[in-house]
Design a protein around this ligand. Sequence first.
Ligand code: PLP
Length: 389
Amino acid sequence: MAFNLSRRNLLAGAAGGAVATVAGCTTKSAAIAEEAGAFPAEAAAVDNPYLLGAPKGVALLSRNENPYGPAQSARDMIAYAASKGAYYTAQGATEKLLKMIADRHGVSPDHVALSTGSGEILSALALHYGPKGPIVAPRLFWDTTALYAKNLGMAEIQRVPLSAEMEIDLPAMEAAVTSETGAIQLCNPNNPTGLVTPGNVIRPAVRRMAAKAPVIVDEAYIELADDEAGTTCVPLVKEGLDVIVTRTFSKIYGMAGIRMGYLIAKPEIAQKVQSVVMSWTPSTSIAAAIGCYNDMDFINMSKGKIVECRDMVTATLDTLGMEYLPSQTNFVYFKSGKEANALQKAMADKMISVRGQYMDYNEWTRVSMGFVEDVEKFCKTLPDAVASI
Ligand SMILES: Cc1ncc(COP(=O)(O)O)c(C=O)c1O
């Protein structure tokens, strides 16, 4: 049975009213990015329509979600928030979340801005800095929000080739930054490669670049890095530099559908961005985030499952002799030796959803971690799927 899990289909398939209500710039920008080819549609025809979650029987391993979420601590707060859903979000709830985030990072709350998923804040940043000059970025990164601004005619992306090891080439990026640069955008760990740039490498480079133009560091997967504290660029914000770190509740917290994200930056940037984000973050999202932000049991459980799955995937790839990049995220980018879109289709025929081709990386496939049993299914199916192409 074929199925199609592209975000565009989610948009088209959901009830129209719901789309109009929930479609902040993030959802629209994802759809626009798909149009532009950043996220090719995932399989053939839709014959398994669904509203929420994974279609029955499908191993959903294409979207870097954490199906073990949301944490019970978040669900309890969502239920409570739903009972108060008649009211606009209370300022006290927003302030509480701002303070929790600020305390964790050792900054004052005016360094934090909240948004409906980090995609919204990244889109706002692209709209803000794009008109000033090109956004310098690695050739392969999570480009959805920069493309959103580009599609509105408000930004150009200046892509800098990756190194031979497919790492972000920081010296080349530094060389690309000029007085005309609007902003620099990095993703650490990077998506779709899964590679981390260590703190002792990224921080000096970001420090130098920030002297020339604002640097956005998208840390959507940082909680999964082996050394989160040593990798994050938040210390550069504390130094007062033009560095903007974005984080999300969509990944380790398993709240992709709930929509909550934030940035940490110096107060003038945080206030500016907070004033231009397009949506009013739902009270359910803020409540959920308050509920689970410090839920270390859930975070450790999730990380354990993700690492277990990642080990299974890399063991399978080792057995098959396939090249892969050492991931510090909840996905693995591997070289199957077959056309990525053909492998995506072969897996879809077996009810497994993996990502299709990125740019001209035609033999590379990204598989996300998910339920352990779904990843087991992927590992068992991969040899036959590859052989069938
Ligand atoms: C690197 C990266 N940043 C940001 C996002 C946006 O996530 P969200 O808007 O759900 O926070 C994603 C989503 O896949 C991502 O991969």
